[in-house]
Design a protein around this ligand. Sequence first.
Ligand code: MF3
Ligand code: CO
Ligand code: CO
Length: 294
Amino acid sequence: MKMKTIKVGRNDPCPCGSGLKHKKCCLGKSDTGIEDLEASYFRKYNIRLKKAADIDGIRMAGRLVLDTLDLVESKIKPGITTDDLNTLAHEFTIKNGATPAPLNYRGFPKSICVSINEVICHGIPGNRVIKDGDIVNVDVTSILNGFYADANKTFFAGNPGPDARKIVVIARECLRRGMATVKPGNTIGDIGWNIQTYAEAQGCSVVREFVGHGVGFGFHEAPQIPHFGHKGAGIGLIPGMVFTIEPMINLGQKDLRILDDKWTAVTKDGRLSAQFEQTVLVTENGAESLTPYE
Ligand code: MF3
Ligand code: CO
Ligand code: CO
């Protein structure tokens, strides 16, 4: 999702949704110690924690997302167009009683995102023909029984060169390290710090403009999950939080530009970018992926 920076003025509506002015509501309010964590995470951060039945629903949507990614993977080869992959995923999603979340989302015209080579994310399926050696990211978000799950992977078409292999291996490891950070007691900043530290040590860079996000009841919920940041910073992780981790890792510089279609994000330097994404639940002991792979 697009990185948003919210600045709330004293006289603006309170972000907690009360309808009161910020200064008459949460501004400067300290914890009473009476309010439970669930209420305070909602009031302070607009985070909606998930209960067992919600988690079961998201897990079922997640199963479908993974099956869709497997189906698309089986068809990725030089000569096929990105729109062919979209049609396949769209029909499979509908056949399974679900809805593709991207379709018509803020004007997005297709059912999945397909992002090739220098495309960082939000590639719109169309006439582009996949070539030998391309890296192809496929991002699937499905709504099943009202629950959203979101995952993506970067695949090889034909025989990848050394740069393609390198960026895909590093991006996958960035997601793995991010997920390994998820447990109560750690913070959102710890996730980003671990990802950024590793990516930069490999000589790669982390995209700043797009971040992971809460998910489950909606497509993009609070909180935002940056893939960069500082150890110990940000909101503490507590059981029942469900969010994506989806690092976009560039072989060259982190800078991007958006094409005239208003969606496609590409690296400014034209070098490769890769991404992996899963939907993760914070548990009492650590984390459980609701879109588990690898
Ligand atoms: N699935 C993407 C994500 O990981 C969002 C795609 S928005 C769309 O957050 F409109 F391009 F589909
Ligand atoms: Co996402
Ligand atoms: Co996604």
